[in-house]
Design a protein around this ligand. Structure first.
Ligand code: O7E
Length: 216
């Protein structure tokens, strides 16, 4: 996926009106938007279709899919049919559940991002212990797109070493969760930024300063 300026906007707002407004303010600098449960549950899968139509951008559906294979297939099919370019899938559920999403992605000509370890402190209790194994499973399955945390650079580096330099890693946790974009991009291909942009008085200015910080 070609991510302009290496920044993915996490559009975790509750209304289409504010989603459109914020995306409009940064659309000169950002071509990839992550839509997750807040917007999709509030406004429906239509939110994916509408954002894609309005901004002609990449849409990553962050549904952290984590069910049995048969249910994962249905979730992935619905997500891709709504227009998403990629869906984010949890790895801890195992290879058969992930495979179901990969098959759906292949049928639709779309992508899967495999979530390895998460950025919040609580993820250390369970996910940290299995995240390297999840990344290794992804490599065995031929997956090329991963999610790994910007808040734990040592973990991000470990996961980069496992998935290799030809894989694409997107990394959440920059800004509000304390991660730094430039440091994260030493190991990741793009950063995911939500609150620091969509809660800002001037979202465009925040995006510009992240871009400047990356270039330093
Ligand atoms: O902290 P923010 O506001 O900049 O938003 C971060 C976004 O990344 C938000 O949508 C959150 O749900 C998501 N995220 C994490 O913060 N940590 C993770 O470990 C994983 C994700 C995520 O996006 O998962 C799939 C990529």
């Amino acid at each position: 996926m070609e991510v302009k300026n290496k920044i993915i906007l996490a559009l975790d707002v509750n209304t289409m009106e504010s989603a459109m407004k914020i995306a409009g303010k940064v659309s000169d600098y950002i071509n990839t938007i992550k839509i997750g449960y807040p917007l999709a549950l509030a406004e429906g899968l239509e939110s994916i279709t509408q954002i894609k139509e309005e901004f002609d951008c990449n849409v990553i559906a962050d549904f952290k899919v984590a069910d049995i294979p048969e249910t994962n297939s249905k979730i992935a099919d619905l997500t891709f049919n709504a227009g998403a370019d990629a869906v984010i899938v949890h790895g801890f559920v195992g290879n058969d559940s992930v495979e179901a999403c990969l098959e759906s992605a292949e049928d639709h000509g779309k992508d899967v991002f495999l979530l390895t370890e998460m950025s919040h402190p609580g993820a250390s209790r369970f996910l940290k212990g299995v995240s390297e194994d999840i990344a290794a499973m992804g490599v065995e399955m031929g997956i090329k797109n991963y999610v790994a945390p910007a808040t734990k650079l040592d973990r991000l580096e470990k996961i980069r070493n496992i998935v290799g330099n030809d894989s694409f890693i997107i990394s959440p946790g920059v800004g509000a969760q304390g991660g730094d974009a430039a440091k994260t991009l030493r190991f990741a291909d793009a950063v995911i930024v939500g609150r620091s942009i969509y809660l800002a008085e001037d979202p465009e200015n925040v995006v510009k300063s992240i871009i400047d910080g990356i270039k330093l």
